[in-house]
Design a binder for this molecule. Structure first.
Ligand SMILES: C[S@@+](CC[C@H](N)C(=O)[O-])C[C@H]1O[C@@H](n2cnc3c(N)ncnc32)[C@H](O)[C@@H]1O
Length: 482
């Protein structure tokens, strides 16, 4: 009953909020790209033999140009067209003396501190490579705000709560959440916002979009605070969840974070499951090879297979496992168990073993995973069943709810009321943008009302994206997973 009251109160906040803010302009949607799980990557797999590297080099005929001996020109043995990241990846493979896992490749490509895909630029929106739900419509962040306030209510309205966002992108979700919640002073006064972000460029963008200011004076413990003026709440940045101080009730949001975590890929071969690795060919390009023997990640494969039925595994020739996701979920569950609160994970994925989903997107188009690494996003389907298992294994004090579809999640939280309220006070152009955004968030397939160019038809993310929640059992069942 109390929960329903909070929900209603939060929805009425959303309505009040309408008159104070105009809608954001329309943006291209990334989900238009997600037309199938498995893309044809035209990949050739080569069974890797450890002898490849040990065989003696073929004899080479050399002629020597002596004219430059007194003033030799600078040269490199690497092809000059290689980017810093490609050189780095090749040097890891060279000095390791063998291929690297797909997970190591993915981690370097996305988050290498110097040249990773996310590190030096804004990759979102029409000018970037893809678009996410918070960028599609303000309603997404507002609905996550409703969910967060409901959970805070269920937690007994603690007067201090860590609101952690993992991988906040441009900070748009958090900005919409805070704007929507700004009328609920008790809630916003309790917030300590913690952004877990590896990209310095995105951290700066988040600082700006959340209207942050550094306080002049230092606080009691001698630390200078930064405040988001959207809610008057302190905000800080952390490289990982481990670095967020514990001991305070915690709410964790992870939207499109898990899909960026590095996956290991395994392929069924005549002699059992082999890990797919990445090597460099003689002509200096990347290629996939199969490991000849079990790799350390094979332990995670075995663990994942134990959580599945033999029928589920038997029909697969490829399996992806994400140890980082398992470990992160373990840490989330432990944190929620000790500090109270809950987590919300929204991503595209499956409630079961994921087969062969890793994909690369550049400028809103699929490209080969091995093509010009660092210039395209790499992402993989999230294995929600393994998140459930990891959380339940980590602590008896947490319960796991869902996954339910994004459409069910947003619908039950009242997105229909919100869009109707927004539509009552907007221009024709804003109304078109709202309808398109609404469809993208909750629809399935192509929007039936679309009259614009075929190639821009909005594609619904409503059933492809799933929502799951992990909460401390003290909090009961979180809305809207009842
Ligand atoms: C796909 S984007 C999603 C952004 C945002 N949540 C949204 O929905 O618009 C992934 C985000 O996670 C961050 N990220 C990826 N890997 C990370 C890691 N290992 N540690 C911290 N942040 C990471 C990226 O920089 C980016 O902000």
């Amino acid at each position: 009953m109390l929960r329903r009251l909070v929900l209603r109160q939060a929805l009425s906040t959303s309505r009040r909020y309408l008159s104070e803010r105009s809608s954001r302009p329309p943006l291209l949607s990334k989900c238009a790209s997600f037309t199938s799980q498995s893309q044809d990557q035209s990949t050739t797999f080569i069974e890797h033999s450890e002898n490849d590297r040990d065989s003696p080099p073929a004899p080479v005929n050399m002629s020597i140009d002596r004219s430059g001996l007194y003033n030799p020109t600078e040269h490199s043995h690497e092809p000059t067209s290689d980017s810093e990241l490609i050189k780095h990846l090749k040097s890891i493979i060279k000095f390791r003396g063998g291929p690297i896992s797909v997970a190591e490749y993915m981690e370097e490509v996305l988050t290498n501190p110097k040249a990773g895909f996310y590190i030096n630029r804004d990759v979102f929106g029409a000018e970037g490579d893809f678009i996410t739900s918070p960028e599609v419509s303000q309603m997404f962040g507002e609905m996550i705000g409703v969910w967060t306030m409901c959970l805070w209510e269920q937690m007994g309205q603690p007067n201090k709560v860590n609101l952690v966002e993992l991988g906040p992108g441009r900070g748009t979700l958090m900005a919409d959440l805070l704007r929507g919640a700004s009328k609920f002073k008790n809630f916003t006064d309790a917030l300590n916002i913690r952004m877990v972000e590896c990209s310095p460029t995105l951290q700066k963008l988040q600082y700006s979009n959340l209207k942050c200011m550094d306080e002049d004076s230092t606080s009691e413990n001698g630390i200078k605070r930064t405040i988001s003026m959207l809610a008057g709440a302190p905000i800080s940045w952390h490289a990982s969840l481990d670095q967020v101080p514990s001991g305070c009730p915690t709410i964790i949001l992870a939207h499109e974070f898990y899909d960026a975590l590095p996956v290991h890929q395994f392929q069924r071969a005549s002699h059992g499951w082999c890990e797919k690795m990445i090597d460099v060919t003689d002509d200096s390009s990347f290629r996939f090879v199969l490991s000849p023997r079990p790799t350390p990640a094979s332990l995670y494969l075995m663990k994942r297979c134990k959580w599945a039925s033999s029928e589920e595994i038997e029909k697969l020739n490829h399996i992806e496992v994400c140890p980082t996701a398992m470990d992160l979920t373990h840490a989330i569950a432990k944190r929620i168990s000790s500090d109270g609160g809950g987590a919300l994970i929204i991503d595209y994925g499956l409630n079961g073993v994921v087969s062969d989903s890793l994909q690369a997107i550049r400028k809103h188009k699929f490209v080969d995973i091995l093509d010009d690494p660092g210039t395209a996003d790499l992402s993989a389907y999230v294995d929600f069943a393994s998140i459930r298992q990891s959380a339940e294994e980590a602590s008896e004090n947490v319960s796991v709810h869902g996954p339910i579809t994004q459409s069910q999640f947003l619908g039950s939280l009242g997105i229909n009321f919100r869009v109707e309220a927004l539509l009552q006070n907007c221009t024709e152009e804003q109304a078109d943008s709202l309808r398109t955004g609404y469809w993208r968030l909750v629809g399935e397939g192509e929007a039936p009302f679309w009259e614009g160019p075929d190639e821009q038809v909005p594609i619904g993310m409503g059933t492809r994206y799933l929502a799951m929640s992990i909460v401390n059992k003290r909090q009961g069942v979180p809305a809207p997973f009842e």
